[in-house]
Design a protein around this ligand. Structure first.
Ligand code: HPA
Length: 273
């Protein structure tokens, strides 16, 4: 496993003039346009990176971009891997680990999520301040990779308080305070959406939003001791009274509506790193 991670990292270095990213960014469903803010210096297809899984979701591009955003060196994963695609959790987390080997010192993650908190509106952003892992496993199962991190990583503060504070300050400065929330993200395997009873259950156990990604990547990042900022775009409303059949096109429309705000927010946070 460690050798595979090192081979992937070595390939990327060899094909990017040893570009050393400072911040890793994972783009979620329908949120690929953030990549337009990157002055791309190197572009590498996942298919060319040794041992890298391939994205099977149409809305995910499957490219690694290396370049600058707001003057800072970033590595942007345009397309992520989900458990529901059939990958192991180790594969889902692999890009995070490879970026760490390339030298990133923080990770920014985005996703599309269903809103469970009745105060949320379509296309709101939610800064994730805690999570509930309902995925059937996690990337730390198996022999611990001691070179990467400890056997029993602490999860007292999975989302970095400093990055959260910066994101909230940036939201205020950008006039986005009214559409930028904070809350708990529940990660489920999918790929089906939830039943009404499941949405009620998720709300009851303390979740503000639900999605099918992010938490495996965050667990791997915390194992690596990487500070994480994670942002959900609320693409459908799942609180009782709001619930209706989910149409994928509506999810993309909401993601597209939120995209400029997400992009401005991430850019503002990255600029200060
Ligand atoms: N449930 C799970 N995942 C999601 C949802 C949802 O309602 N919306 C976007 N991703």
């Amino acid at each position: 496993m460690l050798n595979q991670l090192r081979e992937a990292a070595a390939y990327i270095q060899a094909h990017s003039d040893n570009f050393l990213p400072e911040t890793g960014i994972i783009l979620g469903t329908g949120l690929g346009a953030l990549a337009r803010e990157v002055e791309v210096e190197h572009e590498i297809n996942y298919a060319d990176i040794p041992h890298f899984p391939l994205s099977t979701v149409e809305s995910h591009a499957g490219r690694l971009l290396l370049g600058r955003m707001a003057g800072k060196k970033v590595a942007v994963l345009q397309g992520r891997f989900h458990y529901y695609e059939g990958y192991t959790m180790q594969q889902v987390a692999m890009p995070v680990r490879v970026l760490k080997l390339l030298g990133i010192s923080q990770l920014v993650v985005s996703n599309a999520a269903g809103g469970l908190n009745p105060d949320f509106n379509m296309a709101d952003l939610m800064l994730i301040d805690d999570h509930i892992n309902l995925q059937p496993g996690n990337p730390l199962i198996g022999a611990n990779l001691d070179e990467l991190g400890p056997r029993f990583p602490d999860m007292f503060a999975p989302y970095d308080a400093g990055l959260l504070a910066r994101a909230e300050a940036a939201a205020r400065a950008l006039g986005q305070a009214g559409t930028t929330r904070r809350g708990v993200y529940a990660s489920v395997p999918g790929p089906m959406l939830e039943t009404p009873a499941e949405y009620r259950y998720l709300r009851t156990i303390g979740a503000d939003a639900v999605g099918m990604s992010t938490v495996p990547e965050v667990i791997a990042a915390r194992h690596l001791n990487l500070p994480v900022l994670a942002v959900s775009v609320i693409t459908d409303l799942c609180a009782p009274g709001h619930l209706k059949p989910v149409v994928l096109a509506d999810i993309f429309a909401a993601a597209a509506q939120a995209e400029p705000r997400l992009t401005a927010l991430v850019k503002a946070v990255v600029a200060e790193l």
